[in-house]
Ligand binder design. Sequence first.
Ligand SMILES: Cc1cc2nc3c(=O)[nH]c(=O)nc-3n(C[C@H](O)[C@H](O)[C@H](O)COP(=O)(O)OP(=O)(O)OC[C@H]3O[C@@H](n4cnc5c(N)ncnc54)[C@H](O)[C@@H]3O)c2cc1C
Ligand SMILES: *[C@@H]1O[C@H](CO)[C@@H](O)[C@H](O)[C@H]1NC(C)=O
Ligand SMILES: *[C@@H]1O[C@H](CO)[C@@H](O)[C@H](O)[C@H]1NC(C)=O
Ligand SMILES: *[C@@H]1O[C@H](CO)[C@@H](O)[C@H](O)[C@H]1NC(C)=O
Length: 628
Amino acid sequence: MRYRLLSALVASAAIVTDAAPAASSYDYIVVGSGPGGGPLAANLARAGYSTLLIEAGGDEGDNPTYTDIGNFNEAANDELTRWDFWVKHSDDPVRDLKFKHTTWDTGDGTFYVGLDPPADAKLLGIQYPRAAVLGGCAMHNAGVCSLPADDDWNIIVNKTGDTSWSAENMRKYLKKIEKNEYLPAGDEAHGYDGWLATSAADNSWAKNDSLPGTRMLKKMAELTGQDPNDAVNLVNRDILEAGDNVDETTSFYNMVTHADSKGKRSSPNNYIRATLADPAKYPLTVKLQTLVTRVLFDEATLKAGSTPRAIGVEVMEGASLYRADPKHVDGTKGPVSQILATREVIVAGGAFNSPQILKLSGIGPAAELTKFNISVVKDLPGVGENLGDNYEGSLLALGAAPVQSGLITLLFRTPSAPTKKRNIFTWCGAFSFEGFWPGFPTYHGPTQYTCAMVHMAPKSQTGSVRLVSADPQDKPDINFRFFEKRGDEDLHELVEGANLLRKAWQAAGEPVLPFDELHPCPSSSGAAAAAAAGKEEEEEESCTDAAQAEFFKTQAYSHHATSTCAIGGDDDKMAVLDSKFRVRGVEGLRVVDASAFPVVPGAFPSCPTMMLSAKAAEDILADAKKAE
Ligand SMILES: Cc1cc2nc3c(=O)[nH]c(=O)nc-3n(C[C@H](O)[C@H](O)[C@H](O)COP(=O)(O)OP(=O)(O)OC[C@H]3O[C@@H](n4cnc5c(N)ncnc54)[C@H](O)[C@@H]3O)c2cc1C
Ligand SMILES: *[C@@H]1O[C@H](CO)[C@@H](O)[C@H](O)[C@H]1NC(C)=O
Ligand SMILES: *[C@@H]1O[C@H](CO)[C@@H](O)[C@H](O)[C@H]1NC(C)=O
Ligand SMILES: *[C@@H]1O[C@H](CO)[C@@H](O)[C@H](O)[C@H]1NC(C)=O
C-alpha cells in the first residue's frame, strides 16, 4: 500500500484573537487546548483571571471534517491537524517489525505500510496520530465517552490521601460539564447545563428479530450471563450510569459520544469559542500556531537555591514548527519570545508533549537532562515514565452477505480476569478497525464485520517518553513496552474475549454465515484457500489460543496514551504531581491533562480528562482565593 505523504503546503485557518487588548503578562498561561487545557483556560478566564491559552495548531472549529462526528476517520488522517508520532511497542525491534502496519518513508513523498518495504525505504515505525488543533485530540477522536472504574479514581485517594479524588466526588465534575441530550431531564447521575453535549444512538434495530445483528446480540447475551430476551432493552442501558456495582456489571450499553443529538462534535473547541464570544468579555486570549519550547523559571530562585518558581514560557511562533507535523519543512523556525505569567503556568500538551516540555525546561530525570546539556531545575525521575495505554485488538471477518446490524456495545468480564471487575469493552458492527497507519482504515468491502476490543485495565505501565535532543521541534522517543508486566495474563484475557465473540458470531444465521475471519483466526475458507495452496496444516493450527495471543501481542494497537506525569504520594519518588496537579519540587507550575492519571482511566480517556480538567479549575481557583 502506498499513500501520499504530503500535499502542497496548506494555508492555515484563521487565527482566533480575543477582543481584549494583548498583554505581555497574564495571570495564567495554559499550554495546549485539548480536554485537559482547553476547558481549564476557559474556566480560569470565566472566573475573571486573565488567561493566555497557547496552542501549536490552528482552529478547525468551522470545518465539517471536524465538526461532524461521523467524519472522525477523515479527521484523524487529515494533514491540516495531524501530528504523526512513530512509536515503538517494545524494546525488541524484531517483534515490532511483525506489526502489519509498520510504516516506512520511501523517500519519494509516499509512505509504504506493510511488512515488505521497498529497498532503501526508511523505517518510521508504528503511527500514533495526535491532533494539533484548538480542542486537541477531542477534535479528531471518535468521541466515545465512558467513565473509569471507581478504583481508577480511588487509587489517587489511596496514593495521596486526598479524598476529593473519590469516584463519588468525581461524578460531580461529569454533572458540571455535561449537557445530556439522551436522557429525560432530572437524572441525578447526569448534568444538563454544561458545555459538553452527550448523545447516544438509536438502537431500535435490536427490536428486529430477523436481523443477523439481533441474533448475534442474543447469543452474546447468553454467553455473558444476560437474559437474551432482555437484550433489546439492555442495548439502551446508560453507559454513564452511577451505582455501587457498575464495575462488576457485564452488560450491553448504548454507546455515548461527546457530540450533540444532531451529530455535531462537542469538544473543548466549542467551549473556548463560546468563552471568547461571550458578551461578558472574559479575559481569555488564545494564541494559535505557537509552539511552547520551555517553561521559564525565576532566575533569582534558581540562583538562591530556593524552590524554583515558574514565571512564564518561551514560545516559537509559526505554523507546523513541530517535526511531527507532516507539513513541517526542514529547517523552518519561527521568532522566539517570552511571555510571563504572574500566577501560574499550566502545561497541558498531552501525554507525549507535557513530559517533553517539562524535560526541556529542566524538570525530569537528571541523567537524561544532563545528557542533552539541559540544566537541571528539579530532578524528577518520573517525568515521561509510567506511560500507559489500553491494549486494543479486533476480530475482523467478511460475511457471506452484508451483516445487517446496528452497533453492539458490550462490557464484560472474561473468566480469567484477576478481579470481579469487567475487563473488556467491545463494540461490534459492519465497519473495519484494525489500528492506525497513514490512510487507515482499510475498507474490506460491504460484508466486513468487526468486534473491536479495548482492554480496560492493562497490567503493565512501563512505557516511556524520552528526549532525543534538546531541540523543542524534535519529537521524543516513545516506547509503550506493551505486555511487559503480566502481559501473558492480558493477552489471555483478550483471547478469551475473542473466543466468546467469535462463538456469538456463529448465531448470525443466513445469509451471513459462514464468516470468513481475517484475524485473529484465519477462517475455514481461509484454510480452504491455503489447502489449495498446499498449506492446510498451518492454517488449521493458526486458531489455537497461543496463536491468537501471538497475534494480539504483535498486532495490538492503542490510542489512549496517559500517565507520563503521574499524580502520586509524597513518599513516591516516581510521582510527578501532587494531588492538586502541582509539579513536585517547584512553584507556580502544574500539569493538567491525560498525563496526570496514575493509571489508565478505564476504556476511553477523553471524558475522564475533561472531568479532571474541571476539578483542576476548582483546585487552582481555590488556591488563588487563598493567596488573595
Ligand atoms: C485517533 C484518536 C481517536 C481517539 N478516540 C477516542 C475516543 O473515541 N474516546 C476517548 O475517550 N478518547 C479517544 N482518544 C483519546 C483522547 O482524545 C485523548 O486521550 C485526549 O484528547 C487527551 O487529552 P489531553 O488534553 O491530555 O491531550 P491532547 O488532546 O493531545 O491535547 C494536547 C494539545 O496540546 C497541544 N500542544 C502539545 N504540545 C504543545 C506545545 N509544545 N506548544 C503548544 N501546544 C502544544 C497539542 O497541539 C494539542 O492540541 C482518541 C485519540 C486519538 C489519537
Ligand atoms: C485503597 O486502600 C484500601 C485500604 O488499604 C484498600 O482496601 C483498597 O483496595 C485500595 N483501593 C485502591 C483503589 O487501591
Ligand atoms: C427487520 O429486518 C428485515 C431485514 O432487514 C426487514 O426486511 C424488515 O422490514 C425489518 N422489520 C422491521 C419491523 O423493521
Ligand atoms: C554539551 O556541552 C558540551 C560542552 O559544551 C559539549 O561538548 C557537548 O557536545 C554538548 N552535548 C550535547 C548533547 O549538546
